[in-house]
Write a protein that binds this ligand. Structure first.
Ligand SMILES: [Zn+2]
Length: 316
């Protein structure tokens, strides 16, 4: 059990800074599981979940849960973009670069490239690698597992997180500098969890994902003694073709009383676009298809063409 500094960086003035990580469980070998969050500094849900997970596993190691035992090593890096987290910024504060566009990184490069190199080196040999993200400041996503050109093993393992939706995507041929893209070169399984909205903590989402990660660790045999409920809800599997987006047909103020994870029927009323000056209803937003509501805009001020909602259908 230890916490250490994964990276030590010097700053232009005053104190140096570090990116701390937790190493838990038996010390020998590579970590069986690596968890990463905070590549984007304003995605607080993942940072909170991993910090709480580190606290929980530290307590397990300290004997606080006599029935549980950490059988294999776990690495947790809660906040990679540590300066962005300190300032609630998505990007790296000095040069506004996106830390998740810096992989595979470079040991001799600039700060964000060196950070990327170190994070990849620390995590790439794990059998299971999990990167936690949120949507942006405007949009809330149902907690979901995202798979990128998955192997059959990854498709099966994705169900072990106990989340209600699994989304399959292709690895982007454009964004080849993400952590996920670099991980895919290595043996082992890689997962991205997309959780809620950036900028704040949505506690119910975090609690669901925290429970999901504990049961995941139990099911893969890393955390022994976890009682896994048989009756866990079955995750629904969606490809990109199952995803239907609703866009704003005009500017205004978007208000909806819907919450994520509910099933909607075709034609059902989902919200309104109001004129933000006189309050008149400009558009009644209705569901174009029946399906699961997996994304919803939470920032109300709209331009025409802004994304309002996403519905996933059972079949394409
Ligand atoms: Zn992110």
């Amino acid at each position: 059990m230890s916490s250490r500094d994964l990276v030590l960086m010097t700053a232009p003035l005053r104190e140096d800074f570090t990116i701390p990580c937790h190493e838990l469980g038996p010390a020998a070998g590579n970590p069986a599981v690596s968890f990463v969050s905070g590549l984007h500094g304003d995605e607080i849900n993942g940072i909170y979940i991993l910090a709480r997970l580190a606290d929980f596993l530290t307590a397990v190691e300290g004997g606080g849960y006599p029935k549980l035992r950490l059988a294999q090593r776990v690495l947790i890096i809660p906040a990679v973009n540590v300066l962005g987290t300190n300032t609630l910024r998505r990007a790296w504060p000095f040069d506004q670069s996106d830390q998740n566009r810096m992989f595979p990184g470079n040991q001799m490069g600039e700060t964000t490239q060196r950070i990327a190199y170190t994070v990849l080196e620390a995590t790439k040999k794990s059998a299971y690698r999990v990167d936690l993200h949120s949507s942006n400041l405007y949009f809330e996503e149902l907690p979901q597992v995202r798979l990128y050109d998955p192997t059959p093993e990854e498709r099966e393992t994705a169900h072990l997180f106990g989340l209600s939706a699994i989304m399959e995507r292709s690895v982007s041929p454009v964004f080849t500098t993400t952590l996920m893209y670099s991980w895919k070169y290595w043996p082992g399984q890689s997962f991205l969890l997309q959780i809620g909205q950036a900028g704040s903590i949505q506690l119910p989402h975090c609690q669901q994902v925290f429970r999901g990660l504990v049961s995941f660790l139990g099911r893969i045999g890393v955390l022994e003694g976890v009682e896994v409920a048989e009756a866990d809800q079955e995750a629904l599997y969606f490809t990109r073709e199952c995803s239907v987006r609703i866009y704003a047909d005009r500017a205004g103020m978007f208000v909806s009383d819907k919450s994520l994870g509910g099933w909607v029927s075709k034609g059902q009323e989902l919200g309104y676009i109001y004129d933000s000056f006189n309050g008149n209803v400009r558009t009644r937003v209705t569901a174009p298809v029946a399906g699961l509501l997996t994304g919803i805009r939470r920032q109300p001020m709209l331009f025409e063409g802004d994304l309002l909602m996403r519905i996933c259908t059972r079949t394409p």
